[in-house]
Ligand binder design. Structure first.
Ligand SMILES: NC(=O)c1ccc[n+]([C@@H]2O[C@H](COP(=O)([O-])OP(=O)(O)OC[C@H]3O[C@@H](n4cnc5c(N)ncnc54)[C@H](O)[C@@H]3O)[C@@H](O)[C@H]2O)c1
Ligand SMILES: *[C@@H]1O[C@H](CO)[C@@H](O)[C@H](O)[C@H]1NC(C)=O
Ligand SMILES: *[C@@H]1O[C@H](CO)[C@@H](O)[C@H](O)[C@H]1NC(C)=O
Length: 722
């Protein structure tokens, strides 16, 4: 059903206009046109004195309908410019109306939703609402007047903060800020709003047009200073993003040339940004993130998740305690099992430290800390396992130990209990080999530190039952992770896609690229750190151990460099030893080390490589391509092998697991913007010069030959047979 509004006129002379467009009453063009029609009618009717605008089912409005962005961006949807429609409807009809309107806000008023509310002459909300302008998160700016009205209601600094961080405020803060005029209980919301609207008619309450308020605005000179500071901060935080700068420009236009000029500039900028690559990428990520829990053949079977009431974690090491922390933070009672008292105390101590650091940062009260800590129960045996619904095993990587544990679990846990392993290297089938429970064995691959990193790879085997996957997906979401379903292979999705990332960097250095130039180029591209800084952080020990796996499983395309082994001989192991590819001071600040040359030259000698002048003078663009195209290549393999269900899952995995910049849309989305043909031809060229490491895989060759997007996925078996 199309979105619409309804209008009901009460005996008190108040017309209540309700926005109806489930699930969040988003503002499609239909809704806006219907809002216009309802207002026209309310203005025409003599029995209407004042107007209340609200949303159906306890939600004011979640803002503009994002699902329509795609059609507009690819030119399929013919559409009037939304910004101009908004000026007509919100500014010239709602705000300019000769009958006052009051927004009655429950649930949420985000983006366009808040912008509609700000066009009304007053706002009444409940305490539990979320009010915000999160448009920048999607690569656009508020397009319904938000850049003009918010600063006039809450002041410039706060408005900038709300827009640039996309953070929403709750009712009482909104009241303090002046964004809402009163906060009332939900059951009094409509009556309070009606009364307020009539009070405006009777001039007992002020009739305020937000757009022309000036009392919260600084004088122009002062405002310019604030804007200048915000610009510099945004440039520092998001050097690759233009839209935060555009947002600030649009705000400035309104302050310097008047709100009407600001509105037109906002409308134009919105239309332009909507078609930008940044917006396309961020909108893709928005839907991709919500799409990871849609798994064909699993989540479309009509199964609902079973309630998990109690969880057991085996192993209180770094990983186990992080997982336990994430669980208790989401109110799950947890049994933490260890082998002896000393290790148990250490494990519980780590959970405590994790929680205490939240208290220190002001993210948790002492009272909540106590309550959360009381959810964790230590154990040295399986006595407390009789009523657990899921066990997550996080012990050291040892097949026979894990097999023993799973055999024990089968004995002590109830038959419905899910058995999850945090293994990263051991085949799940092997772990479950000695049990009868293979349908309830699943991998739960967290990233370290588990209570902070947002991604959860759920590893299924051919035997894992759909019900178990549905349950773990639900648990993942409840503990605020983004779950991605993957099949079992070396490195699963993230580590496997990104193993060529560091290897390509080593290859470039051996052939003559300056290492710092590489880290700089990759950081400028948008990664949180360059590959060498990352290897230092992870530690050479872990790095070498994982590299061995790739050498074993993918010998044809693993680049073997001697640089790290040579450095290890000198007891360099990365940041933990304060010496790796950089030197580290007490504050973990990295600085270059002139000694590095020695190791690089020695490594060249061993592998018989001489400096290639072309590689030594590689422009930044080529550095980025030579490092990321092998990652794209591996992502293609992961997709072709069916390890990932869909390309967008890999986009999310890279963004959440490795920090690939979301405004580039994820690894395959980014690749498709460059084109499969182009990437294929470059990899082909490099593989001739520098070997099999760069060789494009069959899947990529096939897509390139057809000029098809890499994200289009493997052909269905049936089709390819035809
Ligand atoms: N992919 C990677 O890069 C990576 C890195 C580190 C760890 N891991 C995996 O994570 C898991 C744990 O890692 P970690 O860093 O927490 O290791 P850790 O050594 O810090 O912790 C393991 C803990 O489990 C305890 N333990 C061992 N056997 C046990 C048993 N039978 N019952 C209860 N407790 C037992 C140990 O005493 C130890 O405290 C392992 O499976 C490991 O393979 C993967
Ligand atoms: C692995 O675990 C088994 C069983 O607990 C143990 O006997 C063996 O020594 C362990 N192996 C290693 C390499 O730690
Ligand atoms: C899991 O991975 C191993 C090793 O990579 C492989 O031999 C096995 O066939 C895989 N199992 C499944 C069910 O995919």
């Amino acid at each position: 059903m199309k979105g619409r509004t309804t209008m009901e006129v009460g005996a008190d002379g108040v017309a209540v206009i309700t926005i109806i467009n489930p699930p969040v009453n988003s503002l499609s063009l239909d809704v806006l046109q219907s809002l216009r029609a309802s207002f026209d009618e309310a203005l025409r009717r003599n029995d209407v004195k004042a107007i209340v605008v609200t949303g159906a089912k306890g939600k004011f409005s979640g803002g503009f309908d994002i699902t329509t962005f795609g059609g507009i961006q690819n030119g399929k949807t013919e559409s009037p410019k939304r910004g101009y429609v908004a000026v007509e409807v919100l500014t010239d009809i709602v705000e300019a109306s000769r009958k006052p309107s009051v927004a009655a806000i429950d649930g949420l008023a985000l983006g366009g939703g808040l912008e509609v509310a700000m066009a009304c002459h007053a706002r009444i909300s409940t305490s539990n609402v979320q009010l915000g302008l999160p448009e920048l998160q999607l690569g656009i700016i508020p397009g319904f007047g938000g850049t003009q009205r918010l600063p006039r209601l809450v002041g410039l600094s706060k408005a900038l903060e709300m827009m640039l961080t996309s953070k929403a405020v709750r009712g009482s803060e909104a009241h303090d800020l002046g964004l809402v005029d009163a906060v009332v209980p939900a059951n009094e919301l409509l009556s309070a709003a009606r009364r307020w609207a009539l009070d405006i008619v009777e001039r007992r309450k002020p009739w305020v047009s937000s757009l022309y308020k000036t009392d919260k605005l600084e004088p122009l000179g002062e405002a310019r200073e604030i804007l200048k500071f915000a610009r510099a901060q945004a440039r520092k935080q998001a050097p690759n993003l233009r839209h935060p700068q555009v947002c600030i420009d649009v705000i400035e236009e309104g302050i310097a040339s008047g709100p009407r000029a600001g509105l037109w500039k906002e409308a134009d900028a919105f239309e332009e940004l909507l078609r930008s690559d940044t917006c396309k990428s961020l909108v893709h990520i928005f839907f991709a993130q919500r799409g990871t829990s849609k798994v064909p053949g699993v989540t479309d079977l009509g199964l609902s998740s079973r309630r998990i009431k109690k969880v057991a974690v085996i192993g209180g090491g770094l990983m186990g305690s992080g997982i336990a922390t994430a669980l208790v933070l989401s109110s799950y009672p947890v049994v933490l099992k260890e082998v002896n008292n000393k290790l148990l105390e250490a494990g519980i101590g780590r959970v405590k430290a994790n929680l205490q650091s939240r208290v220190k940062k002001g993210k948790m009260t002492e009272e909540k800390f106590g309550k959360t800590m009381s959810l964790i129960q230590g154990s040295l045996d399986y006595d407390n396992f009789r009523d657990v619904d899921i066990v997550i095993e996080a012990v050291i990587e040892n097949v026979s130990l894990k097999q023993q544990i799973f055999a024990d679990l089968e004995k002590y846990c109830p038959p419905h209990c899910i058995l999850a392993s945090n293994t990263s290297t051991i085949d799940l089938n092997l772990i479950g080999e000695k049990t009868w429970s293979q349908d309830r064995i699943v991998g739960a691959h967290f990233f370290s530190p588990a209570h902070i990193m947002p991604l959860l790879e759920i590893v299924r085997t051919q035997k894992t039952s759909p019900q178990v996957i549905v349950d773990v997906l639900d648990l993942g979401k409840k503990i605020k992770k983004t779950p991605v379903i993957v099949g079992n292979c070396t490195g699963f999705a993230v580590n496997r896609m990104f193993f060529p990332y560091t290897q390509a960097a080593m290859l470039l250095v051996e052939h003559g690229t300056d290492l710092h130039k590489i880290d700089r180029a990759i950081t400028k591209f948008g990664m949180p750190m360059g590959p060498f800084r990352l290897v230092d952080l992870v530690g050479f020990g872990v790095g070498v151990a994982t590299a061995m796996q790739y050498i074993e499983h993918f010998p044809d395309r693993t680049y073997k460099s001697m640089i790290i082994p040579l450095m290890q001989e000198d007891k360099r192991a990365g940041e933990s030893t304060r010496k790796g590819f950089y030197l580290y001071d007490d504050k973990r600040k990295a600085s270059p080390d002139p000694e590095l040359k020695k190791y690089i030259e020695k490594a060249r000698e061993i592998s018989g490589i001489s400096v290639d002048p072309k590689i030594a003078n590689l422009p930044e663009k080529d550095i980025i391509e030579m490092i990321f195209f092998p990652v794209v290549n591996e992502a293609c393999r992961v997709l072709a092998e069916g390890i990932a269900v869909k390309a967008s899952d890999l986009d999310i995995a890279g963004v959440m697991g490795m920090g690939f910049p979301p405004y580039r849309g994820g690894i395959l989305f980014w690749a498709d913007m460059l084109g499969s043909k182009y990437i294929y031809s470059r990899l082909e060229e490099w593989s001739k010069q520098y070997g099999g490491f760069f060789k494009p895989c069959a899947y990529m060759a096939e897509k390139a030959a057809k000029g098809a997007p890499l994200s289009s996925g493997p052909m269905k078996q049936a089709k390819s047979r035809m």
